[in-house]
Design a protein around this ligand. Structure first.
Ligand code: PMP
Length: 396
């Protein structure tokens, strides 16, 4: 039996969300998450995934998963420190470190819990974290968990960052001060101004933390935003996920050996949550090898992204400030955003509405993600549908 107080809370809450157009509808795919998907038997062009390089369905990754599953079983059996560390986990971490150009790396079970664990392992009560206001939810939660003072910095505003960095360090109030930013901002697609950030960080002795979930496998030939700017030896934490361009699941921190040793003893999800499945670890490692040996995946992603964005712009759409494959079409109003997405889906293009709390209220958008696996024909077809529906709802 459900308690009355809980039932009331849930019914009121859900009613409220529905009224505001903020209730999530979750579609079930009955196909793989590729450039085309089927939802309830209907085939569509898929522009909603983070599967940037198309690796989620690559035969090489599937084969690696099968072989590792045959050898090690379906699950790792325990947390890493007890007896859940398999040689395949270590191989994955070595491969990541080599690819990122760092001394070491440590894998977590997701990008989300990586941020929760990594931030809170290093930042404590008595410290301060300067955090870009558009940082991902997992960064926000990791900051809260740490107990450090959180100081929001205006989005990509270097003057605001410098002023707050000066104030935090000169006040003498804090033991350590960290600056955290997404490498590529997930909802707008703009790139963190890392060269300026590094300059400010050096001036005020800030610890630097870049969550490159959307930059890894995309920027810097796949090695990420830090590599793109050639700043590998200037950034303390390079975070990545294994769930987007890598096509599997998991997250990681790449950094110094000292940092990784600390996280292996102090990163709570590492210590208290069962490690990545053998199949996931093996497939993720294979993805790094594939990306290294075949630069054409990343090149095709950028070709497709440029083509798609230009075609959408020619059709009259505003794709915002994005400098990366992330392609937002911002409508503002939440209800209109829902309607736009609904009609795109009805017309065979799968793009989901992104509304509060994922983005601030009044900045609803659909976010299209062209990948390396799309063909030009698929992208042309998608643009034609965008144009048709955009006209129907008076957007263009
Ligand atoms: N950081 C950022 C910037 C992200 O966009 C995401 C994914 N939504 C995550 C972390 C979480 O990654 P994962 O899906 O691997 O948990």
């Amino acid at each position: 039996m459900t308690s009355k107080v809980l039932t009331e809370f849930l019914e009121n809450g859900l009613g409220n969300l529905k009224e505001k157009g903020l209730l999530n509808t979750i579609d079930v795919l009955d196909s793989a998450n590729g450039p085309e998907i089927t939802v309830a038997g209907k085939k569509m062009i898929n522009l909603a995934s983070n599967n940037y390089l198309g690796f989620a369905t690559r035969p090489e990754l599937i084969q690696a998963t099968k072989e590792a599953t045959d050898k090690y079983g379906a699950g790792a059996g325990a947390v890493r420190t007890i007896n859940g560390t398999l040689d395949i986990h270590i191989e994955l971490e070595k491969t990541i470190a080599e690819f990122k150009g760092t001394e070491a790396a440590i894998a977590f079970q997701s990008g989300f819990n990586c941020n929760m664990g990594a931030i809170s392992a290093v930042m404590k009560k008595g410290d301060a974290i300067l955090s870009d206001e558009l940082n991902h939810a997992s960064i926000i939660d990791g900051c809260r968990l740490s107990g450090a003072k959180i100081i929001r910095v205006k989005h990509q505003d270097m003057a605001d960052l410098e002023a707050k960095a000066r104030e935090a360090t000169e006040s003498g109030e804090y033991n350590k001060v960290m600056y955290i930013t997404d490498g590529v901002f997930s909802m707008d697609g703009d790139i963190a101004k890392l060269p300026e950030i590094v300059e400010i960080a050096e001036k005020y002795n800030l610890i630097t933390y870049v969550d490159d979930a959307h930059g890894s496998g995309v920027m810097g030939g796949g090695a990420g935003t830090v590599k793109h700017f050639g700043l590998q030896d200037k950034i303390d934490f390079q975070i990545g996920t294994l769930s987007k361009a890598i096509g599997v699941v998991g997250g990681y921190v790449a950094g110094s050996k000292l940092l990784v040793d600390w996280l292996k003893s102090q990163g709570r999800p590492f210590l208290f949550s069962t490690s990545l499945t053998p199949g996931a670890a093996a497939a993720a490692k294979e993805a790094f090898v594939l990306m290294h040996d075949h630069p054409e995946y990343v090149e095709t992603l950028w070709d497709n992204a440029k083509y798609f964005k230009e075609e959408l712009q020619k059709a009259g759409f505003d794709t915002g400030v994005s400098e990366t494959p992330i392609t937002p079409v911002i409508l503002g109003d939440e209800a209109k955003t829902q309607e736009f997405s609904k009609k795109l889906i009805e017309n065979g293009v799968y793009v989901k509405p992104i509304v509060f709390p994922t983005v601030p209220l009044g900045t609803g958008r659909v976010r299209a993600m062209p990948t390396a696996a799309h063909t030009k024909e698929m992208l042309d077809q998608a643009v034609a549908v965008f144009a048709k529906v955009g006209k129907e709802i008076g957007l263009i």
